[in-house]
Design a protein around this ligand. Structure first.
Ligand code: GLC
Length: 534
């Protein structure tokens, strides 16, 4: 990749590393920075362009690093600042960009800022967090709920006020209406950008500003039994406030003090609200994560609708992006099944927009069942038994059939999948038709075909389980036909539009096959068609 190319994040493929689970280098059962350095050659072989690293900063680990007690350090569990500096150099030398997680909505309750703020109502940092008097009955100031169960307010005996936390009580929310807070976090951004990182994925960016009057949230009349309890109320006043966009514009300005950096936002909102996070005149996040594929019903028509709605909702000039998995949601291979996971891969890597892969999805890792005594995730601990737990998608990367999957020399912090001796990188790299080799071929094809990177998206009419679309570039057209069903299907060439050949099948055995008249798809098969390439 050209270092001077300011568009790298449009052309590139992102890969999320959950550091606790990628590679342990010191045998303590938890992944670390040196482990990531060791595995960079794997990522270059895979062909991705950028790594997004979940938090490696000092943290009491109440929420596994999303509770930060020092924004400009490295937790000893993950290594040292020297290790981190080495990672930046090694990643860049390998042609990989490095994106860090910025968690500005809340700190740990052990962060010195909160310790000061909590010490007295008069403390100069008091207003850095969100403190309110009790309601008239002595209870919480309003009805807002924590996303991890229970009220979002915790009473502080010493100062007789409540503080707000959208997540755990150990994760007090910062007060983003306070200008000093903003400057402090912008300085944190400058610290890491100055070290040479290539951008940030900003945690829960749509949460940053809350209603100035702290009004009660309305009830959710469509709450579904069995869903997490915080969904009983809507988040009308606690998230997605108009003023948040000013903050994001400021963050973007900070990234633009440096060359060619990217600002990615974590935003779980309906598409029409999500696209506002591009900001006025696209001065917001360059990539507000599009999570629509994480929760869709897995059918050709649902996915077709999502793509159409998203393409239509995008502001002019806004660049799309797509995500299939992350450390908070069940693994794609478990959501859609092993066979459809290949369709999902082809979809992700042929849609218009930057794809983000979640570590292990490329080897088809599934949700790992977690026994009650092995649960680590605070969400599952607080709200047990409804399937909210996130441990199952955070299990150690399956590198080989060696003990502990080649991940660690000792018992890992979360159990490995029972089938790791079979489903691991070594085996799958050697198996020509494996999902890993499919990912590699898809990535290589995407690199080689400008249509797939910057071509337009054109839906084509198809019925039943078939999703059909074209990517049209300056020099050609590529057709993608995906069979979301378990039955064979037939597509006529009038639907495909021209005669051409199969560049890649998800089953990896039809490359070069000429298609004239009719395209037959096997159950759960997807193909990419184009003019023969030299
Ligand atoms: C984001 C993170 C999640 C974390 C939460 C609170 O959603 O992705 O892992 O628990 O924020 O920081």
């Amino acid at each position: 990749m050209d270092e001077r190319d300011g568009d790298w994040w449009r052309h590139g493929i992102f890969y999320q590393v959950y550091p606790r689970s990628f590679q342990d280098s010191n045998g303590d059962g938890v992944g670390d920075i040196r482990g990531i350095i060791e595995r960079l050659p794997y990522l270059t072989r895979l062909g991705v362009d950028a790594i997004w690293l979940s938090p490696v900063f000092p943290s009491p680990m109440a929420d596994f690093g999303y509770d930060i007690s020092d924004y400009t350090g490295v937790d000893p569990l993950f290594g040292t600042m020297e290790d981190f500096d080495e990672l930046i150099v090694a990643a860049h030398d390998a042609g990989l960009k490095l994106i860090l997680d910025l968690v500005p909505n809340h700190t740990s309750d052990q962060h010195p800022w909160f310790i000061e703020a909590r010490s007295s109502r008069e403390n100069s940092k008091r207003d850095w967090y969100i403190w309110r008097d009790p309601a008239s009955d002595g209870g919480p100031p309003n009805n807002w709920l924590s996303e991890f169960g229970g009220p979002a307010w915790t009473y502080d005996d010493a100062s007789s006020q409540y503080y707000y936390h959208a997540f755990l009580a150990e994760q007090p929310d910062l007060n983003w209406r306070n200008p000093e807070v903003r400057q402090a976090i912008y300085d944190v951004m400058r610290f890491w950008l100055g070290k040479g990182i290539d951008g940030f994925r900003v945690d829960v960016i749509w949460h940053l500003i809350k209603d100035a009057e702290f009004r009660d949230n309305p009830p959710n009349l469509h709450y579904l039994e069995g869903r997490p309890p915080h969904e009983r109320i809507l988040t009308q006043y606690s998230t997605d406030q108009p003023e948040v966009h000013t903050v994001i514009t400021e963050m973007r300005r900070v990234t633009e003090e440096f060359d060619n950096r990217v600002l990615i936002g974590e935003v779980y909102l309906p598409l029409h609200r999500l696209v506002a996070y591009y900001g006025n005149d696209l001065r917001g996040a360059q990539m507000p994560f599009n999570f629509a594929l994480l929760s869709t019903l897995w059918s050709a028509r649902s996915v077709e609708t999502i793509i159409a709605d998203y393409e239509k909702a995008l502001p002019i000039g806004a660049w799309p992006n797509w995500v299939l998995g992350n450390h908070d949601r069940p693994r794609v291979a478990s959501r859609v099944g092993a066979e459809q996971a290949r369709i999902a891969a082809m979809l992700l890597l042929t849609l218009r927009g930057t794809p983000t892969l979640y570590y292990g999805d490329e080897i088809g890792m599934r949700q790992v069942p977690i026994a009650p005594n092995q649960v680590r995730d605070p969400f599952e601990k607080n709200v047990p038994g409804i399937g909210a737990g996130r441990d199952g998608c955070r299990t150690p990367m399956q590198w080989s059939a060696e003990a502990y999957g080649g991940f660690s020399a000792s018992t890992p912090w979360l159990p490995l999948a029972h089938d790791f001796a079979h489903d691991n990188v070594v085996n799958l790299e050697a198996d020509r038709g494996s999902i890993l080799n499919l990912y590699k071929e898809l990535i290589a094809l995407r690199r080689g075909l400008p249509e797939l990177v910057s071509g337009s998206y054109e839906p084509a009419v198809a019925q039943g389980d078939i999703l059909l679309y074209r990517r049209r570039g300056e020099d050609g057209v590529v057709v993608i036909a995906l069979n979301f069903g378990g039955q064979p299907a037939e597509i006529t060439s009038s639907a495909i539009g021209f005669s051409n050949e199969i560049l890649l099948s998800t089953l990896m055995d039809r490359q070069g096959e000429k298609v004239e008249g009719v395209l037959d798809l096997r159950p759960n098969e997807g193909v990419i068609l184009g003019s023969p390439r030299v």
